[in-house]
Design a binder for this molecule. Sequence first.
Ligand code: NAD
Length: 459
Amino acid sequence: MTTLVSRSPQRPDDIVVEAREATAQEVGSAVGGARAAQHEWARLPATSRAGILASAAERLAAAAGELTELGIREVGKPRSEMSGEVARGVAILRYYAQQTLDPDGTTLPSADGRSLLLAVRRPHGVAGIITPWNFPVAIPLWKVAPALAYGNAVVWKPAPQALATALLLAKVLAADLPEGLLSVVPGDAVAGGALVDASDAISFTGSLDVGRAVVAAAAARPVAVQAEMGGQNASIVFADADVARAAAAIATAAMGYAGQKCTATSRVVVVGNPDQFTDALVAAVGALAVGDPADAGVAVGPVIDDAARRAVLDATDEVRDAGGRILSGGRAAGREGYYVLPTLVDRVAAGARVLEEEVFGPIAAVVAARDADDAVRIANGVRHGLAAAVFTSDLDTALDVSSRLDAGLVKVNAPTSGVDFYAPFGGTKASSYGAREQGKAARDFYTWSQTVTIAPSRR
Ligand code: NAD
């Protein structure tokens, strides 16, 4: 029996919740219960599903304060970001409540001119949802809400580091839903693997290695699968950019929430002489308040656990040992909790982890590029392809460079992190597999297309 323990990263002695990992058999029973509930749910008129989701949105809005406090405590997300995330969750539920009333298919001209030819979207059945800890409310909701809206049941396996937040969120949602339609299975790899083996469709967000295993297992069955995975995101700064504005945006994108966003900036590619911009970036990073995420105004809290802190410090040591410069931070903060000071490095040797892989902490490298072509080559020179940003005041540069970036999300004069909840979200290359998430794109994943021909009964 495995016991899951979720601790507050700012006060590791504070155990937020302890729970037993669900066995494969228990996951199978949850899926069975969900399947039983799904038949009725899918038969409800769309207006009824819309009403239930709208009511869940209002219940979530009423619980926003409690959920925000719990999220801050459990994953160390700074207050303004956590309350913004819960508000986004409410907006996502309201949005998908309305999306139930969107067209659920298309009609086509029939070959005989008399029959009705339709392509109708149908729910898969039970959607297995596997989520990371870093967005403990928004990511689950941008999967659960469309899954339910389009007639599926859900079994959700949240990350163990965010289990208490998940249990509270599920309790708030379940108050409006039929019994068994949404259930949570606590666990990690065992429960996650069992869910992949039992569900009718799988939506995963998390790290690249786990995502690849999930995709392979789902494809072997085969069932519908989508996976959103890590990033190694570049922000490119041209000499004509507004230096102060670009530095502030990149500092926030790289270090906000201690760099623990899949869309965080990890490489700052400066075209031309990087000295002036590097100075501005060091100042902007230094202006970010590091501290208890519960305190208003704090932008950088702790990383999630000791292994995460070790990963940032190891990546810094690798740079230092190879003769690179540590421009800021580079060490743990001398306080209780898993804090690392925001760390900027430059003159980094090729092949260093900070240039190639996702470290997932408050660390970013400044890299010099000769020209636009060189900047694009550097930005695209990793296996990931999630987000990228271009800072310039020249429209032609913005248009040209953004069209050449291997990234699912491109921002011009804005941070790599963050995207509107109704816009398609996802990456390219190894960052993403399958259909896009969010907005109207979610219907493509949570339903399949059935082509129906209805011919007249008499000739
Ligand atoms: P993780 O891959 O360790 O875990 C993600 C989820 O998978 C958790 O629920 C975990 O319990 C589960 N899991 C672990 N092993 C499994 C297995 N063998 N089979 C099935 N499920 C399994 O990721 P994490 O540490 O929770 O989150 C951080 C990662 O998530 C980062 O790499 C980050 O970039 C990524 N992420 C990506 C996006 C995106 O949309 N692209 C968004 C947020 C986070």
